[in-house]
Design a protein around this ligand. Structure first.
Ligand code: PMP
Length: 399
């Protein structure tokens, strides 16, 4: 069998300065991936919160196949009526509050974030954009402008001007949001910093301050959405509704899709004056992705998935209590991060997990923690088996 690592490095533009694991994927099914040598892995990160219904869920692949026989791309987003887009948007709106009833379909999370920021600009024409330290909102220039890590951001300067970074969960700092603020972008649970939950008081104060000042509140639920935290969207835990909601990742059941959702009044700012010059996308809401997304949404909302997520999360937490090297666990539902004593041990645990066939992953702004975000369809028995591998890997890493 050819060793593809050389070709991978030669032809595929690299996103990391290291590519430590390079699993050469042959197949995915349920919570499992197989490499070309036949090694089986448990995907305990769901391809970074994408495969919430597992890999190649049969209902998702059936929906893709059925749509594939009808039409693929037909026209730039927003010109023709496409049934998969209608069905998906209607199903989403049926689950969202009355303030969020219009969906702009795109291809990725970064594009959704761009759309949200542009919408805010059109709404109040203010310049300042606020975000929080240790947050990640995407890799395009607008989304990079609100990255919560100034040294990394600076490499791409000049980005969007007039950006203000605040500390997450610091209610006092919210005073810095003023009538000069265009929008505030926030994750409801910060993934990159290690599944840091907002405190209820912070969420409430943030919503209040945005309403007082006329700044739009944009929630980035690109990772936390679609059942990950035990509710369809994490903001439901807090009872605070944003003005704009950004979605992607788990939305597509393994297919590429993203969206931002807002009110009909706000969204109308994008459709007047200059057709297709508000926000546009050739492939936005691709029919295959929409068909897959609706199937995934129905699976997540079914009796076997969403109602069981919190209990499964507790099961993982219970196992983690047996591991003395784990100093803390954060997150909600199956959106969890386990923190170790130091970065070196964390890296060794990840490496041992991978060797033992359990995929975990590091976090952008917290190198002491590992993400534990398995597919929501994982069974109790599969959790127990995965956590046995995790415990063994921690033991080996500690030798
Ligand atoms: N926001 C968050 C919280 C994310 O995790 C990501 C992707 N890791 C994005 C935005 C960007 O999404 P995409 O990679 O689909 O552009």
């Amino acid at each position: 069998m050819p060793d593809n690592r050389h070709l991978f490095k030669k032809y595929i533009a690299q996103a990391s300065d290291f590519a430590p694991f390079c699993i050469d994927v042959e197949k995915g099914e349920g919570i499992y991936l197989w490499d070309k040598a036949g090694k089986k892995y448990i995907d305990f990160i769901s391809g970074i919160c994408v495969n919430n219904v597992g890999h190649r869920h049969p209902v998702v692949t059936k929906a893709i196949e059925e749509q594939m026989r009808k039409f693929l791309h037909v026209m730039v987003y927003g010109e023709f009526i496409q049934q998969p887009q209608l069905d998906l948007a209607a199903a989403l709106c049926a689950r969202l509050p009355s303030q969020l009833q219009k969906v702009f379909l795109l291809n990725s999370g970064s594009e959704a974030m761009e759309g949200a920021i542009k919408l805010a600009r059109l709404y109040n024409h203010r310049s300042q954009i606020v975000s929080f330290s240790r947050s990640y909102h995407g890799s395009t220039m607008g989304a990079m402008s609100v990255l919560g890590d100034p040294p990394i951001r600076r490499r791409f300067d000049p980005l969007l001007p007039d950006h203000l970074l605040l500390e997450y969960n610091d209610v006092a700092q919210l005073e810095k949001i003023t009538d000069k603020t265009c929008c505030v972008v926030a994750e409801v649970i910060q993934s990159g910093s290690g599944m840091t939950e907002a405190t209820p008081g912070f969420m409430e104060a943030l919503r209040r301050r945005c309403t007082q000042t006329g700044a739009l509140l944009v929630f980035d639920e690109i990772q936390s959405g679609f059942g990950r935290t035990g509710k369809l969207f994490a903001f439901e835990h807090y009872g605070q509704v944003p003005d704009v909601l950004c979605l992607a990742k788990g939305m597509g059941g393994g297919m590429p899709i993203g969206a931002f959702v807002s009110s009909p009044e706000l969204m109308s700012l994008l459709d007047n004056e200059h057709p297709l010059m508000g926000h546009a996308s050739t492939f936005g809401g691709h029919p295959l992705s929409c068909a897959a997304s609706l199937a995934a949404l129905e699976i997540i909302l079914g009796p076997q998935v969403l109602p069981l997520v919190e209990e499964k999360g507790r099961r993982i937490r219970h196992h983690l209590q047996d591991i003395p090297q784990v100093v803390s666990v954060s997150g909600k539902g199956l959106f969890l991060a386990a923190r170790f004593q130091d970065e070196k041990l964390t890296a060794r645990v990840q490496e041992r997990c991978m060797a033992n066939g359990l995929i975990t992953f590091w976090l952008l702004f917290n190198h002491e923690a590992l993400a534990l975000t398995p597919p929501l369809v994982i069974t109790d028995e599969e959790i127990d088996r995965s956590m046995d591998v995790f415990k063994r890997s921690v033991r080996e890493a500690s030798l």
